[in-house]
Design a protein around this ligand. Structure first.
Ligand SMILES: C[S@@+](CC[C@H](N)C(=O)[O-])C[C@H]1O[C@@H](n2cnc3c(N)ncnc32)[C@H](O)[C@@H]1O
Length: 277
């Protein structure tokens, strides 16, 4: 999918199949996405999930994140470790990301124009795989933020310290990127750990952290043909494309470009890249 291609087409066709008269690309109202978790539990809406898991309770909110923290503590400090045993897809992933950045570099003025290539921020950076294999190939400088201290320490040994200026050890639900610092904020395979509310609020903080032509890039596993899925082993949520789009709107961000990661093995979930400003 590029520029809203195949996914929006699929939604339009759904409308045709049902036989009902519909707008070609109807907005998905908040909370109407159904979903399930890995224990087989069904939820009528995502709000029902958050009401149950968090329900405005500070302790439950901490507990939600504790499970991911516990999970990540057990993983190897390597590319294979950060990719859940799929280290072999890293080169394909990185070349897809570079291709997407090159498209962002050619955004026409009518769609906001390209970003500049000064400084990027790699969010939920793991050991800095994306910074090393993608961001530093286009941007002069980068910063990384990652909550697991061992990953941050490893990133310090792997990355060019002349060009990577900051190594912050913090989780995204509390992290506040510096205002006006970034041309690109890259968020890959980590938004799935954030609650909807924390993700929207993080995007809003990112907006403040962008330079005038700056962009946020989200690269994530996405459900293309159903509702959300929660994996209870690490408290991650795989959201539908429509769900993400609704969260971008809630955060007050515009979607400039999107593209599906090409050439991934069939057994992997679809991965989409979204460019927001
Ligand atoms: C699948 S790995 C991806 C790492 C990196 N983005 C990459 O693509 O190589 C997920 C990373 O997110 C981090 N993480 C988990 N929960 C997080 C949170 N709440 N805030 C920030 N990072 C988190 C983990 O420690 C881990 O490094």
């Amino acid at each position: 999918m590029e520029n809203g291609g195949s996914l929006t087409t699929a939604r339009g066709e759904e409308g045709k199949r049902s036989g009902k008269k519909k707008e070609p690309f109807p907005p998905v109202p908040s909370g109407l996405e159904m979903g399930e978790d890995s224990d087989g539990r069904k939820y009528p809406s995502c709000q029902a999930l958050w009401d149950e898991e968090i329900g405005g309770d500070h302790a439950k909110h901490k507990q939600w994140y504790a499970r991911a923290e516990e999970y990540w503590k057990q993983q190897a400090i390597s590319v294979d470790g950060v990719l859940g045993g799929y280290g072999n897809v890293s080169p394909t992933d990185l070349s897809g990301s570079l291709r997407f950045l090159d498209k962002i570099g050619k955004l026409p003025a009518g769609r906001g124009g390209p970003c500049e290539w000064g400084r990027a921020l790699d969010c939920g950076a793991g050991i800095g795989r994306v910074t090393e294999g993608c961001l530093l190939h286009r941007f002069k400088h980068a910063d990384v933020v990652e909550p697991r201290a061992e990953y941050v320490e490893k990133a310090k040994t792997l990355l060019d310290r002349q060009r990577v200026e900051r190594f912050d050890c913090e989780a995204l639900q509390t992290f506040v990127p510096e205002a006006g610092r970034y041309d690109c904020i890259w968020v890959q395979w980590v938004s799935l750990y954030l609650t909807d509310e924390d993700f929207v609020s993080f995007l809003q903080r990112c907006k403040t952290a962008l330079r005038p032509q700056g962009v946020v890039v989200l690269k994530e596993n996405v459900v293309l043909d159903g509702g959300f899925h929660v994996d209870k082993s690490d408290n991650s949520i795989m959201r539908a494309d429509s769900h993400y789009r609704e969260l971008f709107t809630r955060a007050g961000m515009n979607l400039l470009l999107d593209m599906r990661q090409p050439n991934f093995p069939k057994q992997l979930y679809p991965v989409l890249m979204y460019c927001l400003r």
